[in-house]
Design a protein around this ligand. Structure first.
Ligand code: HEC
Length: 203
């Protein structure tokens, strides 16, 4: 004989309430989880952009650090090209986005910032030098969002973007050979090296 529907509901309710009692889930933690879940379901345009930046940055940084550690800086040079790193995050396809890494001082001339991007690079330089919290810049045109976020140097970057006197000789030679128009040298830590320039469909 089939179990009546209401009976199965009761059984399920009984077991779920038991579980709650024994597990003693911290309610504030649960609220936080819920908030995170909701923001994942319904993210704002700023969050969408930031998620894309952090996913890409994490991938790029990981590949770069691992390659430097395993094969040395000179070999790692080849891995610094952003286009070689696919965005595993489904966001890129869901939001029909395009992601660029551009600079006012480029190594690869294809990464030159346009007028708007240059203006925003200057804005981020001001934010950083004033010690202000860095927040993304968003502009909306029709149904597209243009999202900008700074790329700030750390110690690792200086292996390839620092003062030429401090860069390993073979690395410097490779850079000269591969990038004859390189202007992305002479940086120190905590400087705006460029920006992420992302375009995606507004929600
Ligand atoms: C192993 C050497 C190496 C390291 C370390 C490195 N880069 Fe690069 N970087 C490159 C190369 C090579 C390119 C040019 C890539 C291309 O051809 O698109 C580049 C390009 C860039 C660009 C794109 C704009 C341009 O100049 O063409 C940015 C922005 C950038 N790097 C930032 C950083 C930051 C920030 C760090 C540290 C977190 C870093 N890089 C560490 C080698 C390196």
């Amino acid at each position: 004989m089939k179990t009546p529907f209401y009976l199965s509901i009761l059984v399920i309710l009984f077991f779920t309430s038991c579980k709650n009692e024994t597990k003693e889930i911290d309610s504030s933690k649960k609220a936080k989880e819920l908030k995170e879940m909701v923001s994942k379901i319904n993210p704002s345009n700023a969050q969408i952009g930031l998620d894309m930046v952090f996913t890409t940055k994490a991938q790029l940084g990981k590949t770069l650090m691992e390659t430097i550690a395993k094969k040395g800086t000179n070999e790692a040079l080849k891995y610094c090209n952003i286009k070689a790193i696919p965005l595993t995050d489904s966001m890129a396809t869901v939001h029909l986005s395009r992601i660029k890494r551009v600079s006012d001082k480029t190594r690869n001339p294809n990464n030159k910032a346009n007028e708007t991007e240059l203006k925003n690079i200057e804005a981020f330089k001001k934010m950083l030098s004033n010690g202000k919290d860095i927040s993304p810049i968003l502009e909306t045109k029709n149904d597209s969002v243009y999202f900008y976020y700074p790329i700030v140097t750390n110690g690792m970057c200086l292996k390839c973007h620092g003062n030429p006197d401090t860069i390993e000789k073979d690395v410097l030679a490779s850079l000269k050979e591969l990038y004859p128009y390189d202007t992305a040298l002479g940086y120190s830590e905590n400087e705006v090296r460029g920006i992420w320039s992302i375009q995606f469909k507004s929600k």
